[in-house]
Design a protein around this ligand. Sequence first.
Ligand code: MOS
Length: 716
Amino acid sequence: MLSPEAHARILSIDGSAALEVPGVRAVLTADDLGVVGGSGRKAEPLARTEVVFAGQPVALVVADSEAAAEDGAELVFVEYEPLPAVVDLEQAILPGAALARIERSADEADVAMHGEAGAGEDDEGTERVSANVIDIVAYAEGDPEQTFAECAAVVEGRFRTSWIHQSYLEPQAAVAWPEGDGGVAVRSSTQATFWTRSDLARVYGLPIPKVRVEAATLGGGFGGKFGVIEPLVVGAALALSRPVRLVFTRSEDFVSASPGPGLVIDLKVGARADGTLAALEGRVLADSGAFSDSSPVGFAGGKLGGAYSFEAWSVRTYGVRTNRPGAGAYRAPLATPTAFAIESLVDELARRLDVDPIELRLRNVPAAGDLRVDGIAWQATGLRETLEAVREHPLWQRRDDLPENEGIGLASGLFPGGRMGASAVCRLDSDGGVTVVSGYVDMSGTDTGVAAIAAEIVGVPLDSVRVVSGDTSEAPQAGVSGGSMVTYCLGSAVALAAADAREQILRYAAQQLEVDQADLEIVDGSVRVVGAPQRELSVAAIGSRLTGFGTSYPPVQGHGTAVPPDLAPSAAAALVRIRVDRDTGRVELLDWVAAQDCGRALNPALVEGQMHGGAVQSIGYALYEELVYDEDGQPLNGSFLTYAIPRIDAVPEIQTLIVEVPAPYGPLGAKGIGESAIVPGAAAISNAIRSATGARLHELPMTPDRVWRSLRSPAP
Ligand code: MOS
């Protein structure tokens, strides 16, 4: 049962009436769950003495049927003492603001971990801020004031972006059951098997071997499925020594999961007369929601510079605790809203300087080694190639030849992606099939890319490769299915495992065919002598022999373990044509061209699918999606009836331009492409509105009322 209050003390919880309902087995509160460690939301699956957002789980009613559990939950009586809800970021940071959390708790330890425990003043001790500010991150380089003074054009703006739900089609779900000798297993909708295992072990004080996590194949998670539901279900299974299942309803998922947070961005950018981006100054208020483990500051500030580098900059990001759910990741975390700000201003600079917007962006493609605003060095990216691909497109060529109220907009987007070590096994089965085993989660079709890597490297047909995702007790270590890491990082391990398997196959075939191994090739599932293809041995025959009785050779099993030595950022560009209805403010999308650098398209259909999906989600970010909370912190639109995602009639035909600039360390040159696809879309739509009407939008989503108002105060 979920808290109806956004912020309140819990005075009492009475589950006695619920326990009278036939079929109800237990009413569990925080005290029953036996949490012993961890921090943040995972260590507080049920509220303890204080609820900190409307929708926070307060008690679990466990019953033999869903109906009985629902009836029971109606009869759990909780007495609350309401406290002021903190929802406005600007108010929340002021000294003396009401606090979003009173209780000093496991969450506090986490704040201390970030080195901001006092949070009474900033890191230089010069600025008074509220204790709601749980994190401050600052980046600076050079002398921005001096550099702004040297600029030929300086533009600035305040941009606001909304809380947004990942809106995966499958709500979060998990089933947990006790397992031998005090252990527990959980099968869930997680994006992260091994992380979830570590979290659960920490939270419930269990040794790692006592926790087993199995993942279900996911259609999507988009960053929202990182351990919200598992601590609840596992806690209940341990407390009751029974299997327990929990499936969020859609509205439960809306109000109590971990959506992407809203930002308030003040950004100022200056360029030299030739279009060189020179100076940047920014302040970001990033809504952390109620938990500090999800503080989004690290993601926000570092992305303010977009896909570019500058000569001098100063960026301050404030993580602000409010009475909303804990902020989670959402596909390319915070790159879409920060791209909305920087790409809007870059568009304005192109206008001020009268430089072609693609030309201006091309002049500012970072060279490898240039610094991002977070001080990390850029790697080479395919940014230039994606912009060049878009420049050739007929839609760009005829951008000045449009009817009234139509506009064309362009934006770049980039996501650096992550790096995690991963391992895989690649074995040859008795039927000649190749099985890849790893402990990762198959999400949004990633298995097909993994299979393509193994098939190409071993030299067997794609349909003879199977990918098996095992659980954390039996499968090789894997990273999370997130951060654009599956193809790039796990794929690297799979490539090594496949090469190892190939080597073993060739070694055996060389002995059997009595030729030098170097004279062999594997073509279409058969090992052949180069130049004498009639001398061959099928991979299927090898699989059969080496798994049979009496073989003198060991079975083929390749192993790969890897972590790429550097990131492989994927660049994207969106080019859109829109029409604005001046009477209503409604924006209609007419054309969409998406260009993206994927390094190497292992499965072109899947790459296009990611580009389509990213474009559509960026349309949601741009025009529709916003989790609305009232001044008391009450969610007002926690269902698909009232939370608008783009419907098919809002989506234009999306043309995809796949760009392939190989990643030096990627498997077969491939990069992770899941995230950058969403990044440029909202900015491109905003730039198109500017081009159609002269109005510069500063708030996402750009709903008809906002566009209509903006039309009455066009940009200077
Ligand atoms: Mo992601 S936003 O790392 O699933």
